[in-house]
Design a protein around this ligand. Structure first.
Ligand code: KG4
Ligand code: ZN
Length: 327
């Protein structure tokens, strides 16, 4: 089954064509980073307008790269939420329109489910598994029992990991989106230079606002010209990794999972990928560990097409379904 997926929930306009949820024929992403950089974050109105400008080019390019025509796919899919409503509307309406024009089904997809499904691309991974979903807006541990049966078992009670990365990066003077640059800078620093707090919360909770404040206080304690940026990045990254790692491993042991997967933009983080990879060693539990290729961690449309195949939103008549900003 060939599905054309479209993603436009935040600041990436993307279109991809994927076969049977796993084999990517083409995946095109137009990023708006340069536009939003000057504002230090995504400006929703501008994002929606840029999606409108890019969407047709991105769709054309995806079909060109796949060497096929829109009439040759079996269905059209789009992210319906959560995300910025003005942005979501562009992708959703493009996919619905193509579905009407080419008389093929329209499949609605949830953005978070799509991040999880990025793990199915070019792999044989299948449920049951434990998924650590870490993105700009969400931090969740999800018990994926089957393709369409899942339960959130732990969630952040305040900031999402990606959000904290971006905020701390900004305080350190790194340009938006700070996560990637903070990761790069951290590789040059000492992760044990500063001790930052790991929140004491309930078993089913994550919390990062305390870490964010502690990092802010630490940065302010230095003279502006002498902030040890590399060591602060490394210590911050170490603390985030430890927080995520400990809870994920505890749950994996308790629930007897043998497979752990990562998903979302922060799953592109070098330290998080490295630490979780170590769990594959027999002496560390011998877990099957998977994380999507970098390009499928951050927002893309291949994961949307994969999700349309494996786990679409089934509760609505898709064509009349509206986009939504929150879960
Ligand atoms: O999944 P995503 O592309 O968008 C959302 O659905 O939110 O995630 C974006 C987030 C941003 O906060 C970005 O800074 C973060 O992922 N990110 C990273 C890295 N690459 C992207 N955070 C830490 N290390 C990275 N290498
Ligand atoms: Zn995302």
């Amino acid at each position: 089954m060939l599905i054309c997926g479209i993603e436009s929930s935040c600041d990436e306009t993307a279109c991809a064509i994927v076969e049977d949820g796993r084999h990517v024929l083409s995946s095109v992403v137009a990023s708006q980073i340069k536009t939003h950089m000057q504002f230090g974050g995504v400006v929703p109105e501008i994002a929606a307008r840029e999606h409108l400008e890019s969407i047709n080019y991105v769709i054309d390019e995806a079909f060109k790269k796949a060497g096929m025509r829109p009439s040759e796919v079996d269905a059209f899919a789009a992210t319906m939420g959560p995300g910025l409503v003005g942005s979501l509307l562009v992708g959703a309406n493009a996919a619905k329109t193509m579905s009407l024009v080419y008389k093929k089904p329209f499949i609605a997809v949830d953005h978070l489910q799509a991040h999880v499904c990025a793990n199915f691309i070019d792999t044989k991974i299948a449920p049951p598994f434990l998924c650590l979903l870490i993105s700009g807006g969400h931090t969740q541990l999800i018990n994926i029992a089957s393709f369409d049966r899942q339960k959130i078992i732990a969630e952040t009670i305040d900031d999402a990991v990606g959000e904290v990365y971006d905020k701390v990066a900004r305080l350190l003077g790194l340009p938006y989106p700070g996560g990637v640059l903070l990761d790069k800078t951290a590789q040059k620093g000492n992760p044990h230079a500063f001790e930052l707090p790991i929140a004491h919360v309930q078993k089913n909770e994550f919390s990062f606002s305390g870490l964010k404040s502690a990092a802010a206080r630490l940065i302010e304690s230095f003279d502006k010209k002498n902030v040890p940026v590399e060591d602060i990045c490394a210590s911050f990254q170490y603390t985030i990794k430890e927080t995520l790692f400990r809870k994920t491993v505890d749950f994996a042991r308790e629930l007897n999972y043998d497979t752990i997967v990562l998903a979302g933009g922060v799953a592109a983080n070098s330290e998080i990928r490295r630490s979780f990879s170590e769990l594959h060693e027999p002496q560390n539990g011998g877990y099957i560990i998977n994380f999507p290729e970098m390009a499928y961690c951050t927002d893309n449309a291949a994961m949307v097409a994969s999700c349309a195949y494996f786990n679409p939103i089934k509760s609505h008549d898709s064509l009349t379904m509206e986009v939504y900003s929150r879960i």
